[in-house]
Write a protein that binds this ligand. Structure first.
Ligand code: PLP
Length: 392
C-alpha cells in the first residue's frame, strides 16, 4: 500500500531522540536540576544578537523582497556573499555559482549523495559516524561501508581505508571536527587520505568524491588547525550549515560548495541542482538566506563550549574515566565501563545521567557526552559520575 522501508524508518526510534525525550519527561517528574542530560547536540550558546536584529530589519522590508521564492539554488546575491566569506578565510576564488543554499547540513548531505550516486555503489564512512549517514546513503540506493577510525587517536586509519576502497567506491564522507568523537583531522591525515584517493582514482579509472561534512568547522579549541579540505583534495564537495556555528539548528539553513577546482565542477553543480530538485530541496528558507547574508562574518562564540570542555575533562580525570581529549565540536567520547555500551548507558540512567551508547554510531564499548549544556549541569553531575564508576 505504501513504502515499507519508509514505514520502518518512521517507526524506528532514534536512540538519541528517545533518550532526549526520556530526559524531558524525567525532568518534569523529579526536577530539571536532578537530571544530567548529555544526550543531544542542541547548541546552548544563543544565536548572536545580530541575527535578531537582522530579523527585525527584514520584518520591515516589503514582503515581496523577503518572502518570495528565490532561485532554486538560493538568492544569487546571498550566494555571492557566502562565497566571498570563504574566499576571505581560505584564499580561494569561489563565486556564487559554486554555492547551493540548503536546509541545513542534512539536506546538503542528502542532495550531494543523490547528485553523485549512480546505483549500487559504495560510500565509505569512518566509524564511529553520525547515524543519519546510513539513512541518506541507503535511501539513494548505495551501500554504507564503515571503516573503523585509528584506535589510538581516532584519526582516519589510512591502511584500513585503502583496504576498503574498491572500484565501486563512489564517495567518502568525513566529518571534522567530529561528531561523536570531537577529534579534528590533522593536515597530515587529510594529505595522506588525498594521496590514497588520487592513487585509487588513477588505479581504477574512477572518480571518488570526498564529501566533507563540516557543521562544526568553527568549533575548534586551543587554536587547533581545521584544514580547508578542497585545497588538499580536488574532488571535494563541502556540506555546511549554520546550525552549530551561529546556533541556528531550527532555522534549517546551510549550503553545498561545489568548488571550481573540482573536475567538471559546472556539471557537478548541475547534478547538485538536479538532486535538490528531485528531493524537493529548492529555495532554502528565504528569510534566513537574507539573515545569513547579513551575519555570515559573525565569529562563532565558542568560549562557553571551551569552558564546559575544561569542566568536564577535569571532572572525568579526577574520577578516573578514560576518554578521547576533544579538540572540537561539543562532544566527548568516553570509554564505557563494560563492553555492552547500551547496558552502560542504562546503568548511567539509574544515576540520572543521560549519555548515548556508542552502538548508535556504529561501534561498541563507548558513550557520547554532549557538553553543549549549562555548566552547572556538568558541575552538579559529579556525584552521579562517581556513583556510576563505583558500580563497576
Ligand atoms: N552532520 C553532523 C555530523 C551532525 O552532527 C549534524 C547535526 O547534528 C548534521 C550533519 C545535520 O546538521 P543540520 O542540523 O544542519 O541539518
Amino acid at each position: 500500500m505504501f513504502n515499507e522501508t519508509m514505514l520502518q524508518m518512521g517507526q524506528e526510534p532514534s536512540v538519541i531522540r528517545e533518550l532526549f525525550a526520556y530526559g524531558v519527561a524525567r525532568k518534569a517528574e523529579i526536577g530539571a536540576d536532578k537530571v544530567f542530560d548529555f544526550s543531544i547536540g542542541n547548541p546552548s550558546v544563543p544565536a548572536p544578537a545580530s541575527v535578531g536584529q537582522a530579523l527585525i530589519d527584514l520584518a520591515q522590508q516589503p514582503a515581496a523582497q523577503v518572502h518570495a521564492y528565490t532561485q532554486s539554488a538560493g538568492d544569487p546575491a546571498v550566494r555571492e556573499v557566502v562565497a566571498e566569506n570563504l574566499n576571505k578565510r581560505f584564499g580561494t576564488n569561489y563565486r556564487g555559482a559554486n554555492i547551493y543554499m540548503t536546509c541545513g547540513a542534512a539536506a546538503s548531505l542528502s542532495i550531494s549523495l543523490k547528485a553523485v550516486l549512480e546505483g549500487a555503489e559504495e560510500v565509505i564512512v569512518v566509524a564511529p559516524f553520525f547515524p543519519e549517514y546510513r539513512t541518506w546513503i541507503e535511501t539513494h540506493g548505495a551501500k554504507l561501508v564503515a571503516v573503523p577510525a585509528r584506535e589510538s587517536d581516532f584519526q582516519i586509519d589510512l591502511d584500513a581505508m585503502e583496504a576498503a576502497i574498491t572500484p565501486r567506491t563512489k564517495a567518502i564522507i568525513i566529518n571534522s571536527p567530529n561528531n561523536p568523537v570531537g577529534v579534528v583531522y590533522t593536515r597530515e591525515t587529510l594529505e595522506g587520505l588525498a594521496a590514497l584517493l588520487n592513487a585509487k582514482q588513477a588505479e581504477y579509472g574512477t572518480s571518488i568524491f570526498l564529501i566533507s561534512d563540516e557543521p562544526y568547522r568553527e568549533l575548534a579549541y586551543g587554536g587547533v588547525e581545521v584544514p580547508w579540505v578542497p585545497a588538499i583534495y580536488a574532488n571535494t564537495i563541502v556540506c555546511y550549515s549554520w546550525s552549530k556555528s551561529l546556533s541556528l539548528p531550527g532555522e534549517r539553513v546551510g549550503y553545498i560548495l561545489v568548488p571550481n577546482t573540482l573536475d567538471r565542477w559546472e556539471d557537478v553543480f548541475f547534478a547538485v541542482s538536479g538532486a535538490g530538485r528531485a528531493l524537493g530541496f529548492v529555495c532554502a528558507p528565504a528569510v534566513f538566506q537574507q539573515v545569513i547574508a547579513r551575519c555570515v562574518d559573525e565569529p562563532a562564540d565558542i568560549a562557553a563550549y571551551e569552558r564546559n570542555r575544561e569542566l568536564l575533562t577535569s571532572m572525568l580525570d579526577e574520577l578516573g574515566y578514560e576518554y578521547i581529549q576533544p579538540q572540537g565540536a561539543f562532544y566527548l567520547w568516553m570509554r564505557a565501563l563494560e563492553s555492552d555500551a547500551k547496558a552502560f548507558s542504562e546503568q548511567a540512567k539509574k544515576h540520572e545521567l543521560l549519555i548515548v551508547a556508542s552502538d548508535s554510531f556504529g561501534v561498541e564499548g563507548w558513550a557520547r557526552l554532549g557538553y553543549c549544556i549549562a555548566p552547572e549541569t556538568i558541575t552538579n553531575s559529579r556525584e552521579a559520575f562517581a556513583a556510576l564508576k563505583a558500580d563497576y
